[in-house]
Write a protein that binds this ligand. Structure first.
Ligand code: AMP
Length: 519
């Protein structure tokens, strides 16, 4: 396992002037990162001595792409506190919910070149919880959308991160080749894809070139950023590269230094991969797969033309060492990659939709599977299941909710068993959006469905039953404004359609398929 904090210390001594992080908000080299992180850790430790925070209590770090974000993350790790990254694009009410749930009296706000430590009113906070005797040190807690309208905090330990980095630093190129190179950070820090670029870069002694929302909103300025920063390793969602592929100059002629494109977080389509291979014939295109609950990614594959020419969708790859993937079929049977039934008693899950034989829900076991959901023991017990194998051993496996199959040892991911969706790379629960629309007065019922093009979700449409309003453009706008106060902007459905009543299936459930057809 790789200890990223040790690695930063190592590069602070051996390559002190090398840039560790650069963005529109500033630049720091390895020595500055190390010194500033140690100073920050001291501040946190003194708050603990003053009795303002407890041992190992989590600390929220709010901001966007400031160097202080990274300094605060490493400072928290040095002081023995998990950090919880919160991006500025999240609405205040969501931030307040998370701060309350975390229950720690202080939080960090990064702005204007500073990481300010701010205090909260203890009366407004949930019970802080006692983490002092926890032997698994949590590195970070990343909140993801929860199906009932409350976000869940995934607790990733230092060991999880170390095991992920042990593998990831060698994917695409050996770790030695990554040293001194430039990694693109596109994802916000509240999305675990950022862990792939930021910590792989820091563990390899590379530079993080962090793209902020403002620059990203304009293709020309993004093109300029990539040129000026001389990016060598590209890490993004496929949706982001799609945006760049629309630019005629996005090719190896203009960007000869991009060696590897890493993708994760959503389906990589054949269209995107083949366009990219054409535009960058000398670069590697690597698809990786995994949920936040298993530390970013657990599989990888270099996509070549032969994959594009196969009948199947693109594979998500070979499973990394230290991890095992099993599939739980619709009948409850759990099989391994050789289609052998491995579990002694396999419990069926009602929500799995019927599938062909030898497909099933992807279950992940191994050294990057997270500790669980922060202060949610019931949800943790359901998602991180204990399964008894035929040989009597009990294994802890994470239920991804993804549907997949194996072919020649390679994993394929073909959809979901539930209502979690990815829109432009962002993970969200349809239930979360619906629960928040229902909070609006006059709304009696709602169903949110994806609108797809070429099999990929392009946007969301909300069908709303609200008999007391006329269903005008302004009524739709009102609902969107209401949602913007409660949810990140990317979760607000693009279209609101008013409907007299929701169609039902014969067994009395909302007929989502029919609504998808009407979206
Ligand atoms: P997140 O926790 O935000 O990283 O989202 C994890 C989910 O994203 C997975 O459970 C999958 O549904 C989806 N996902 C991640 N990587 C891929 C991939 N390469 N292909 C298809 N879906 C993916």
């Amino acid at each position: 396992m790789i200890d990223v904090v040790d690695r930063i210390e190592y590069f602070a001594e051996n390559a002190p002037d090398r840039v560790a992080f650069t963005s529109v908000d500033g630049q720091i080299n390895y020595r500055q990162l190390w010194e500033a992180s140690k100073d920050f850790a001291k501040k946190i430790e003194s708050l603990r001595l003053e009795g303002k925070i407890d041992v190992k209590s989590p600390i929220a770090v709010y901001g966007h792409k400031e160097p202080q974000m990274i300094i605060s993350f490493i400072g928290c790790a040095l002081a023995g506190h998990p950090y919880c990254p919160l991006d500025r694009s999240m609405p205040d009410s969501r931030i307040e919910d998370i701060l309350r749930a975390i229950g720690t009296r202080v939080w960090v706000k990064c702005e204007n070149g500073e990481g300010k430590i701010l205090e909260l009113d203890p009366a407004q906070l949930d019970e802080p919880g006692d983490f002092s005797d926890d032997s698994n040190d949590v590195m970070y807690i990343i909140f993801t959308s929860g199906s009932t309208g409350k976000p869940k905090g995934v607790e990733v330990t230092k060991q999880n991160l170390g095991n992920f980095l042990e593998w990831m630093t060698g994917v695409g190129t050996p770790i030695e080749e990554k040293e001194g190179e430039v990694f693109l950070n596109q994802a916000p820090y509240s999305f675990d894809l950022s862990v792939m670029d930021t910590y792989t870069a820091l563990a390899s002694g590379a530079t993080i070139a962090s793209l902020d929302k403002g620059t990203m909103s304009n293709a020309a300025s993004t093109m300029e950023f990539l040129k000026v920063q001389n990016v060598n390793y590209w890490i993004s969602t496929p949706s982001f590269v799609d945006m760049m592929l629309a630019e005629k100059d996005f090719n190896s002629g203009k960007y000869p230094d991009i060696k590897v494109f890493f993708f994760c977080g959503e389906r990589l389509t054949k269209t995107t991969a083949s366009k990219l291979i054409k535009a960058f014939p000398h670069s590697k295109v690597i698809n990786t797969y995994g949920p936040t609950e298993s530390t970013v990614a657990i599989s990888s594959v270099e996509i070549k033309n032969e994959h594009i020419n196969e009948d199947d969708e693109l594979p998500v790859g070979l499973i990394k060492p230290g991890t095992k993937v099993f599939l739980q079929r619709e009948d409850g049977i759990i099989i391994d990659e050789f289609n052998q039934n491995i579990a002694e008693e396999s419990r069926g899950r009602e929500d799995v939709t019927p599938q062909k034989i030898d497909m099933g829900e992807i279950l992940i076991e191994g050294n990057t599977v997270a500790k669980g959901y922060f202060k949610m023991p019931e949800k943790t017990a359901v998602a991180f299941d204990l399964i008894k194998l035929k040989n009597g051993e009990v294994h802890r496996m994470y239920h991804t909710g993804d549907l997949g199959y194996f072919k020649e040892g390679m994993l394929y991911c073909i959809g979901r068993t539930d209502l979690q969706v990815k829109v432009h790379g962002y993970r969200m629960e349809i239930g979360d959006i619906e629960a928040n629309i229902l909070l609006k007065e006059n709304v009696e019922a709602v169903c949110v469905v994806p609108k797809r093009k070429d099999g990929k979700i392009r946007s969301l449409v909300a069908f709303v039953v609200a008999p007391s309003v006329s269903g005008s453009f302004d009524d739709a706008k009102d609902i969107k404004l209401h949602l913007k106060e409660l949810l990140p902007e990317y979760m607000v459905p693009k279209k609101i359609k008013f409907i007299d009543k929701l169609p039902m299936t014969s067994n009395g459930k909302v007929d989502r398929k029919t609504l998808e057809g009407m979206a």
